[in-house]
Design a binder for this molecule. Structure first.
Ligand SMILES: NC(=O)c1ccc[n+]([C@@H]2O[C@H](COP(=O)([O-])OP(=O)(O)OC[C@H]3O[C@@H](n4cnc5c(N)ncnc54)[C@H](O)[C@@H]3O)[C@@H](O)[C@H]2O)c1
Ligand SMILES: CC(C)[C@H](C(=O)O)[C@@H](O)C(=O)O
Ligand SMILES: [Mg+2]
Length: 368
């Protein structure tokens, strides 16, 4: 049998830096756990635009469709800010999500005990936190039509459209309920049904799916603005949060700070099962290309490394190995190792991206 295939799209800014550390870990699994992957690398984002004049070529899109899983670093940067909208690095990522139909984006926010004092919230509020935001990823205002900027009389008008079909809401709701059943059996659905018709439909469909298929799961509803407040006030009240594309984007960045740093949050973007039974899948950190620290060896690779742990769990049925990797991350943090983003204003001695990756590999070695 051939090895499972991984397509690596490291992207821009700190993307390649954090992905280098993941490559070490992939190598470790091949060498030490007999878990080898056929790895291919390609371009996405600004680097793809610089090389091919487009943020994602059709050939790369096809490779992504055929890979057992895609690992992505990050895309974007100030250099590309003035490009035409269709050529922006972010369009490459959005095309991958849309064409692979990766509708369920799992964004776990877990507070490792060693970082509980580092969050901007009090230890009590975040210690032991373990929640997952399930963000709808292929529809909503990111993709709705009409969109664009046009002239009306003397002024320009910008339009984006929030649009959800019933089936789009139903499938992501099912993902959230299924996930909750494997966790603490609670789902909180967030929208703005008080001001948006699409929010009214969202609430209705989630409620229908709940009553018909998941009555055993506890379901609550919250307006997304109140949800943002509750995430900061008492985040441990949540288990699984299900929400739309835009609210999920905002809420997951906010949730990152419960864990200490945006450099800690991984994600899995999952679609329907492929012929081999594996879901279509792309794994990426929640953070971006961090132009302010790119090229300086300062980036925290943990979000990208934990995204690979999610790949082990969701694409390759290697839950025990995913736990081994998560535990290794926990251990290096408990040992006091910190990249710069994990040090407070009082400072300390940060380690580099590479040193963090090496330390995690060393703990993996010690786990054998
Ligand atoms: N999935 C993605 O590829 C993705 C996600 C978000 C933003 N972006 C893009 O990235 C570019 C920069 O966006 P931004 O600055 O708003 O968000 P960002 O996530 O890149 O950075 C926000 C802040 O967090 C810090 N940070 C982020 N990741 C870190 C890490 N791993 N280690 C240490 N510090 C880290 C950065 O230094 C910065 O101060 C934009 O072009 C944006 O569109 C891409
Ligand atoms: C880069 C951008 C397209 C992306 C989004 O808005 O979805 C990012 O912020 C994310 O959270 O993955
Ligand atoms: Mg975001």
């Amino acid at each position: 049998m051939s090895n499972p295939s991984l397509l690596i799209l490291a992207g821009d800014g700190i993307g390649p830096e954090v992905m280098n550390e993941v490559k070490k870990i992939i190598g470790w699994y091949g060498e030490k756990r007999d878990l080898a992957f056929d790895v291919e690398e390609d371009l996405v984002g600004g680097i793809a635009f610089d090389t091919h004049g487009t943020p994602l070529t059709d050939a790369t899109m096809e490779k992504a469709q055929n890979a057992d899983a895609v690992l992505l670093g990050a895309v974007g940067g100030p250099k590309y800010d003035t490009l035409d909208f269709s050529q922006k690095p972010e369009r490459g990522l959005l095309r991958l999500r849309k064409e692979m139909d990766l509708y369920a984006n799992l964004r776990p926010a877990q507070c490792f005990d060693a970082l509980a004092d580092f969050s901007s919230l009090k230890r009590d509020v975040v210690a032991g936190l373990d929640i997952v935001i399930v963000r709808e990823l292929t529809s909503g205002v990111y993709f709705g039509e009409p969109r664009g900027v046009h002239k009306e009389g003397n002024e320009r008008v910008g339009i984006n459209t929030q649009r959800y079909t019933e089936s789009e809401i139903a499938r992501v709701a099912r993902s959230a309920f299924e996930l909750a059943r494997r966790r603490n059996n609670k789902v909180c659905s967030m929208e703005k049904a008080n001001v948006m018709e699409s929010g009214v439909l969202w609430r209705e469909v989630v409620t229908e799916i709940h009553q018909a298929e998941y009555p055993d799961v506890e379901l609550s509803h919250m307006y997304a603005d109140a949800g943002a407040m509750q995430l900061c006030r008492w985040p441990k009240q949540f288990d699984v949060i299900v929400t739309d594309n835009l609210f999920g984007d905002l809420l997951s960045d906010a949730a990152a700070m419960l864990t200490g740093s945006l450099g800690m949050l991984p994600s899995a973007s999952l679609g329907a099962p492929m012929a081999n039974g594996r879901p279509k899948a792309l794994y990426e950190p929640v953070h971006g290309s961090a132009p302010d620290i790119a090229g300086q060896g300062k980036a925290n690779p943990i979000a990208c490394i934990l995204s690979f742990a999610m790949a082990l769990r969701y694409s390759f049925d290697q839950g025990a190995e995913a736990e081994r990797l998560e535990k290794a991350v926990e251990t290096v943090l408990a040992d006091g190792l910190r990249t710069a983003d994990l040090l407070g204003p009082e400072g300390g001695s940060p380690i580099s991206t590479t040193q963090m990756g090496d330390a995690i590999v060393a703990v993996l070695d010690a786990s054998l």
